[in-house]
Design a protein around this ligand. Sequence first.
Ligand code: FAD
Ligand code: N01
Length: 530
Amino acid sequence: MQVDALIVGAGFSGMYQLLRLRDHLGMKALALEAADGVGGTWYWNRYPGARCDSESHSYQYFFDEDLVREWQWSERYPGQAEILRYLNHVADRYALRPDIRLKTRVTAARYDEPANRWLVETDTGERYSAQFLIAAVGGLSAANVPDIPGLPSFSGRWYHTGEWPHEGVDFTGKRVGLIGTGSTGIQCAPVIAQSAAHLTVFQRTANYSIPARNAPLDDAFRQYVREHVDEIRKVMHASTNGHPFLFADRSATATPPDERDAIYRAAWEKGGLRFRAAFKDLLVDQAANDTAAGFIKARIREVVKDPARAAILSDIDHPFAAKRPPIDTEYFETFNRDNVSLVDLRAAPIVEVVPEGIRTADALYPLDIIVFATGFDAMTGAFLKIAIEGRDGLTLQQAWRAGPRNCLGLQVPGFPNLFTITGPGSPSVLCNLPVAIEQHVDWVTDCIAWMRERGATRVEPAEEAVEQWLATVQAAADATLLPSVPHSWYLGANVPGKPRIFMPYAGGMARYRAICDDVAAQGYPGFVFD
Ligand code: FAD
Ligand code: N01
């Protein structure tokens, strides 16, 4: 089948890209989606407690103010089912479904240079040809199940949180092992503990977490959102991370300790990701960060009654927010329950899975169910799972062997007319993602429109521009504490053999948007058209 543009994925990114190319540029566009429903992350991640960390009124599309005004979020942070309902509503409201092929995984895409077409293959045996290929495959969509010896021998059931069964999992009366204490593990542990006979949390790296303070939204707040759509959008666009709040313009180290403590306490009570915006220097100054880290560790020791457990949970080896900071609902409180135990894998690592459960260096833990909250082959995994072949037979695997290379996180040299949405080299996972997604999709759409106006048929970044952008991404990361965590997935450290490169652009969404706008306004310097 011949189309103008083929989009891979039908999550937040793919659906909006489809809408823009089809409805605004009048292109024949099609989205191919591996799942049997739209929604991406929110289709796949149905684990107990799955919920957004972005506040609901900011975790939505803003391209249509009517859409913002008509959708009513029920809670401060929407749960998985509500977000999935929202994305299905969007698919219906904009009549996207006729142009989305579900249960269709793209397996290969080859650039045919003489024809200037992408030839795309799927697991359903279909073949497509498109001038433009837009990979909206998600930065957190390739589940990472660690290669633990003996897993196939396990006599119980195991699940990865990112591929959760749609019929749910009944934990009643079961001994459950949970591996992973990132955002996902921290969300699901309290909920699993409520129904399981026993929950054993296997912690490798202790983590910070801030109370979410989730609550139902009242009509007054909904009314406020309806009446202030433009103002909310302006704040999100001006902010470092695309959230609907700005960082306070004060330094943690320059603030007297008593005053600083009062600010942290107020931020702790307010809850959520706003905590890290309490001071402007938490991510750029180790001494400033230490004040936040010390505050949170003290709260953990306050909440967790058993001093030995509290010590394991608060023995955190990295700066606050240098790994993605989770927010939680009663995570640390969960360790006060009688039916919950904590295993410190730093003291005794997992050795193997055996039929009865998990064996660490010093004990066997009998289990009926293992939950892997072990994250994703983030940022590059879903792209590299597709056999993408560009100019002169160059594969994406070869091009990214030493780490992802691209310009503005949008285009890879050697792969003309291929665009990546919120891929490596863009703010993506450091940002409230709908904001990053709308910016990327709009930029791609404008670029294609610009080409069509000028009769250009091909776009690709120049090598020098790519080198410059890689240096910009590295410099932005080096100006922060982010690259200082050796075991962070931002660096690819969670996947054996993955190159250690700090992948997202850490200079902030507002600055990134300004750079991209400037490139477009100047006629796309650094990109070659013909
Ligand atoms: P995805 O939603 O990942 O969608 C990509 C789609 O592409 C998927 O449906 C996938 O099936 C499909 N796909 C991939 N490869 C192929 C292929 N080869 N062929 C066909 N289809 C393919 N972000 C925030 O900003 N705030 C949050 O609070 C937040 N919470 C999160 C919670 C969880 C549990 C997770 C995992 C992520 C969270 N995120 C959050 C990040 C989230 O991924 C983004 O907010 C957003 O949903 C990404 O949308 P997307 O369309 O770019 O990617
Ligand atoms: O994954 P993670 P996640 N043995 O990679 C551990 C988004 N998200 O799914 O730190 C033992 O962060 C690993 O240990 P360590 C958000 O962007 C958002 O939780 O590598 N343990 C870590 O504890 C987030 O950052 C939300 O030492 C192993 C955990 O598994 C991203 O998705 C909710 C192990 C993985 O943590 C990913 O979060 C959920 C092994 N072999 C997710 N391998 C919200 O916004 C890994 N681990 C609400």
